[in-house]
Design a protein around this ligand. Structure first.
Ligand SMILES: Cc1cc2nc3c(=O)[nH]c(=O)nc-3n(C[C@H](O)[C@H](O)[C@H](O)COP(=O)(O)OP(=O)(O)OC[C@H]3O[C@@H](n4cnc5c(N)ncnc54)[C@H](O)[C@@H]3O)c2cc1C
Length: 517
């Protein structure tokens, strides 16, 4: 059962409660933090001298994302978000040497969700979930983690939403980058289910973006990330909650060929398999395999709990599994049991390519080379890998307009004209010893692997433009991968709603449309 650790963690890994500010009466001593205190927000400020500061920093998933700002400010309402933002903007930026960051669940990459010189707006307290049964809408605040959002929806109305699979991930960032869910085969990316966004703009005004009001902003937020304002509420169309069929198998690496075939087969399927989800990953982790052998994880979910759906995965089921878990559980339980632990230094990269088995096999081969190289350079027990191969059937890119009872809209990812199925490749490395030096080696090796994946895919005519934002590394350009029309649209909407470019220059973390070449 030890192998389940990868995705289904011990109950000891619980999210710490958001910290509350101390009642310190002294001013923090930096211009923006002093301005926040002077605006009457002292009780939601955390400075490094406050006892709650370090515990709050520890809630960032990745160790290297824990950039320590001059102060954290933790608003409790939309009105406070507005006051925080206008106060910080009005505090000026001197010679341009301090910045603002925005954080929801804190699972993003280093530099996207906190800042060393400046202030981090931490939305952890803005974490309520409410089900509106009359409208069948789930109203989620950004600081909620998916496990808590699902549990609340389950309790309030026996419903769920197309949200994250890992219960620790935040609502805020996940939905702004797209959002791959177990429900994606039927409901598209998570953002496709968003009916309405409540957004605090740079001037402090609050707008509601939906199909009938600010429809351009509504569409732009479906993959356009933090380029327009701070989203303080997401209203999603709810889905009836049926216990899922959840199957997890761990296989030895010598069965890779069958796994690759299953991914390619699934990526080529049509919407009749939309209630099934397949996720595969390759992992090096000596706590699981002391000999250092790669282990393959395969997760199959049928969102209707239908065991007859298994035909598509028959080839995999006949293989001897190292671990074999089958559960029938709600999305709330599945997410709560699937939290990848943080607390390591992390490197990542992503690419998308057509469902050509030769490309997938090449990735598997490169993963083995990566593990061998890092074993030699930083030591086998210093790092873990998770290489995901996630099939994206072609029809999935067109699901946006079909959502919301046919009132949906194409999201920003630019997949609506995809003719072949695709596979999203994600490389992730967790570094536990060796510090920043070992991390730099790991990131460099992963970047090189990512470039090799892209170049091979290109050479066989199989590279797909999409660089999936939620998995992208800062060296990548996910917004630019959405295509010229979508880039132009995002630029126009950003200029309209943030004419002074506050979210481009004063809030520089994450992927910004002004930096797209
Ligand atoms: C363990 C793990 C599992 C994952 N599983 C999945 C998965 O199953 N499917 C998937 O698609 N992705 C997945 N991801 C990727 C994940 O969706 C992204 O990292 C996402 O950005 C995390 O959201 P967050 O709120 O936790 O992140 P944060 O780091 O808080 O935010 C990410 C970015 O969004 C911006 N942002 C956040 N909230 C707001 C807001 N309210 N308004 C404006 N800007 C905001 C931040 O400034 C930052 O740039 C996973 C990541 C990890 C580490």
């Amino acid at each position: 059962m030890l192998l389940r650790r990868l995705l289904r963690l011990a109950p000891a890994f619980l999210l710490p409660k958001p910290a509350t500010a101390s009642n310190s009466t002294s001013l923090p001593g930096t211009r923006p933090c002093d301005a926040l205190a002077a605006a009457g927000l002292g009780d939601i400020l955390l400075a490094p001298t406050d006892s709650g500061y370090e515990p709050q920093m520890a809630t960032w998933w990745s160790l290297n994302a824990q950039l320590r700002p001059w102060c954290l400010v933790l608003p409790r309402s939309t009105a406070e978000v507005s006051l925080v933002l206008t106060t910080l903007v009005a505090a000026g930026h001197g010679a341009g040497s301090w910045h603002i960051a925005v954080r929801s669940g804190g699972h993003g990459w280093p530099g996207s969700n906190s800042v060393v010189n400046g202030v981090t707006i931490d939305l952890s307290h803005l974490n309520a979930t409410r089900y509106d049964a009359a409208a069948n809408r789930a109203r989620l605040q950004p600081g909620a983690r998916w496990e808590h959002a699902y549990a609340a929806l389950q309790a309030q109305g026996n419903v769920t939403v197309a949200g994250g699979r890992d219960g620790g991930v935040g609502v805020g960032g996940f939905l702004l980058g797209g959002g791959i869910s177990f429900f994606s085969g039927r409901h598209g990316f998570g953002c496709d289910s968003v009916v309405n966004y409540e957004v605090v703009l740079a001037d402090g005004s609050v707008v509601y973006a939906n199909a009938t009001a600010h429809a351009d902003l509504w569409r732009a937020l479906k993959g356009g990330a933090g380029n327009f304002g701070i989203v303080t509420r997401y209203d999603l169309q709810a889905i009836p909650s049926t216990p899922l069929l959840y199957e997890l198998r761990y296989l030895a690496a010598n069965y890779s060929s069958a796994v690759v075939d299953a991914v390619v087969d699934y990526a080529g399927r049509n919407a009749s398999y939309g209630d099934d989800a397949l996720v595969t990953f390759y992992s090096h982790d000596v706590s699981i395999s002391p000999a250092g052998d790669t282990v393959i994880g395969v997760i199959h979910v049928n969102t209707l709990g239908n065991a007859d759906s298994e035909e598509i995965f028959d080839g995999l089921k006949e293989l001897p599994a190292l671990v074999n878990v089958t559960a029938r559980e709600t999305m709330a339980d599945a997410a709560a049991g699937s939290k990848l632990p943080g607390g390591t230094l992390n490197a990542g990269s992503t690419r998308t390519f057509k469902n050509n088995p030769a490309i997938l096999r090449y990735c598997v081969q490169l993963h083995e080379q990566l593990v061998a190289s890092l074993t030699q350079s930083i030591g086998a027990d210093s790092f873990t890998t998770l290489m995901f191969l996630q099939p994206i059937p072609a029809y999935l890119g067109r699901l946006g307009p079909q959502q919301l009872n046919g009132g949906g809209v194409a999201n920003m990812l630019g997949l609506e004209n995809m003719t072949d199925g695709a596979v999203i490749w994600t490389g992730g490395i967790g570094v536990s010893t060796g510090g920043e030096a070992a991390l730099a080696v790991a990131q460099a090796a992963l970047n090189a692997m990512s470039a090799q994946v892209a170049s091979f895919a290109q050479s066989v005519g199989g590279l797909v433009d999409l660089v999936y934002l939620n998995y992208a590394d800062p060296s990548q350009d996910p917004l630019g991968s959405y295509g010229a029309d979508n880039v132009a649209f995002l630029r126009r909407v950003a200029a309209e709603y943030d004419p002074n470019g506050v979210f481009q220059s004063r809030v520089p973390g994450g992927f910004k449309i002004s930096r797209v070449g």
